[in-house]
Design a protein around this ligand. Structure first.
Ligand SMILES: C[S@@+](CC[C@H](N)C(=O)[O-])C[C@H]1O[C@@H](n2cnc3c(N)ncnc32)[C@H](O)[C@@H]1O
Length: 225
């Protein structure tokens, strides 16, 4: 209603980019720097592998921006970076996700694909590079991942918090990770997100894969053999 009223008077209701940038400024930089170093080190391991980079769970795009910069710097001739997110926030959490954090449907509706595109262009990666080498895929994983046009994945970053989301991502994407490829789990063994560990453990229970802890960042990852 407010939007309609304002538009009648010649005004437009929009999210302020300035406010968004201010919210970014409030982040914990120590944590961010550690994350950048961690991503940089993991990215170095896929230097000689073919395959794309995939992030599920774009959120504010903090980690997606790091991946975009690494891809730009690498100057690999053909790799593509994919970002999958509903851009509508969480789906309904399941019983497996119950914790003191108490996640809710619709949480994390923080960015639109258009805003993300603008942010990437502002990173000075070059608009041509962004359009040619980065794909933003909007929709719930359950709909988008089974029909995603992905063949080989060299690096998979999963930052999806919830039980069913981790399950879907692993079922659809782990088979596409190449030998030597890396899977990064943003949450594993964290009290706020019990569903993440449950889904990851269930998916790998009949295999020899076990997530390893990176000592510096405390994050878990695994390398596909
Ligand atoms: C913790 S946030 C990601 C944070 C992000 N990596 C960053 O750097 O800001 C989790 C994201 O996963 C997305 N998500 C979780 N489950 C999903 C699903 N089933 N389908 C699509 N998106 C989902 C949410 O919309 C949210 O943006």
């Amino acid at each position: 209603m407010l939007k309609k009223l304002l538009s009648r008077t010649g005004y437009e209701l929009r999210r302020s980019e300035e406010l968004y940038l201010n919210s970014l400024r409030q982040f914990d930089y120590g944590k961010i720097f550690k994350q950048i170093l961690y991503f940089h080190a993991q990215y170095a391991k896929i230097k000689n592998l073919s395959g794309d980079i995939v992030e599920c769970g774009v959120g504010y795009s903090r980690t997606f921006q790091v991946l975009a910069c690494l891809l730009r710097k690498e100057e690999h001739p053909s790799r593509v970076l994919y970002g999958f997110d509903s851009f509508e926030g969480f789906p309904e959490p399941r019983a497996e996700d119950a914790s003191a954090r108490n996640p809710k449907k619709g949480e994390w509706k923080v960015l639109t694909p258009e805003e993300l595109h603008r942010i990437l262009v502002q990173l000075r990666l070059g608009e041509e590079f962004v359009d040619a080498r980065i794909r933003i895929v909007k929709g719930f994983f359950e709909d988008t991942l089974p029909k995603a046009n992905l063949e080989k994945i060299a690096l998979l970053h999963l930052d999806v918090d919830l039980y069913q989301s981790y399950k879907t991502c692993l079922e659809c994407l782990f088979p596409k990770v190449v030998s030597g490829g890396i899977v990064l789990f943003d949450e594993y063994d964290t009290p706020n997100w019990p569903g993440a560990k449950k889904a990851i453990d269930e998916y790998f229970q009949h295999t020899s894969y076990r997530p390893q802890k990176d000592a510096e960042s405390g994050k878990y990852f695994l390398i596909k053999t």
